[in-house]
Write a protein that binds this ligand. Sequence first.
Ligand code: NAP
Length: 486
Amino acid sequence: MQLKNNNLLQQQAFINGEFVDAKNGNTFNITNPSTGGFLTRVADCGAEETEAAVLFASVAFQEWKELTGIERGRILRRWYELMMDNIDDLATILTLEQGKPWSEAKGEIKYGASFVEWFAEEAKRVYGDTIPGHQRDKRIIVLKQPIGVVAAITPWNFPNAMITRKVAPALAAGCTCVIKPAEATPLSALAIAQLAREAGFPPGVLNIIPTNKAAEVGKVLSTHPIVKKLSFTGSTPVGKLLMKQCADTVKKVSLELGGNAPFIVFADADLDAAVDGAIASKYRNAGQTCVCANRLFVQEDVYDLFLQKYKAKVAYLKVGDGMEEDVVIGPLINEKAVKKVEHLLEDAVSKGAKKLLGGGRHELGGTFYEPTILADVAVTMDIHQTEIFGPISPVYSFSDADDVINMANDTPFGLAAYFYGKNIDLIFKVAEALEYGMVGINTGMISTTVAPFGGIKESGFGREGSKYGMEEYLVKKYLCLQVETN
Ligand code: NAP
């Protein structure tokens, strides 16, 4: 791995400010999904190391919460600057372990760092309230205090940003953190741990537990009485399991789970803009994001024209190793992901969908998959109810707004939705009727630090980023003071 700053390649767990091996010396392999090649070995931690990290985080919490928001904000700000100074190396590590194109990886580092910058500023604005008393001699004050030790469990599709989106508000609020990154992508997490050390976070404030024993480490994080909050991003089944495990100790929980995003194109839409928006939403990270367009609904009057324009552009998306220039679609994360996509495609075609483009493994081999468009998709197909997590666009036709709203809402998920159209009455009708936490209107790109990211229904609860993001890591306490009045 060619890096300018070799300190960023860390293979050990980060506990109490030190990089350490697993107690039993075990390690697991990290591979490059583009080549299948071996990258390095990383410490394989278990319950013992996780418990130790929780205890260190608990000790560190006592001092960290006493710092002023301004003091914590300064350290976060340094961390942000170090991330930006090392952006090329962080992007290289990310692309090598995750597969996304290097320019896209750089975009993720910027996005991830933006949460650190944002919450460095928010650290000094944890305002409480004063409430007019209910009796003449009562004064009521609401304080917001850090909840305590926070556990974060994060997925492989955004190895940097899914960590900073949780950890930056938690640290800004005065909490300390224990993070379990995904097995496939711990190197990005450990690289920012090194930068956290350089930024001056005290030992124990931030801890990272790499592991290939997710269930064992997750059990400790979701049941340990010292952990007061669990923030999880990943699949809905694992989120449900963790929520159950958190019940016995009544932890505060945030869940950022799977999606099944509708992308609706009305007849009066700017079709060229809709095509670009659909490509941006669908094919980013090879279709492996929770907010990827999962079902494209196009009004029947413009169905053929949209497909013609969409196919013409999707056909030119270059697939390949993310370290190569001009590549816009990398590999899928592993063979299991390819098998899932293959099943969804076979099921849809067997039930009448037409392959308009692609539809199979890419000639590059490995886990590369062709950018694919399926036309004439119907609600009876498995793909209608499944988060694809791959570069397939299933396209349906619809007749009117009521028809498409019903189809769009016909899913237990409720994360992101998109639609293109110009009629202002229709825009409000559809925006209000869609059962989703985030709605992009005439845009396919909605993620930003300044807005609250999160879902409803089985896509989870809790919001990340924005002025709401820090609330997840704070508890409210009110003081009721009796005073003497004459
Ligand atoms: P996943 O299998 O649920 O894994 C997510 C994390 O949970 C990983 O760190 C994983 O560890 C860990 N995990 C797995 N089993 C566990 C267990 N029994 N106990 C504790 N932790 C456990 O999901 P994924 O396939 O990595 O990620 C893709 C999913 O994340 C998609 O559904 C996507 O929509 C969702 N996602 C949602 C958002 C959002 O903001 N809503 C953002 C990004 C992704 P290992 O890696 O070691 O298995």
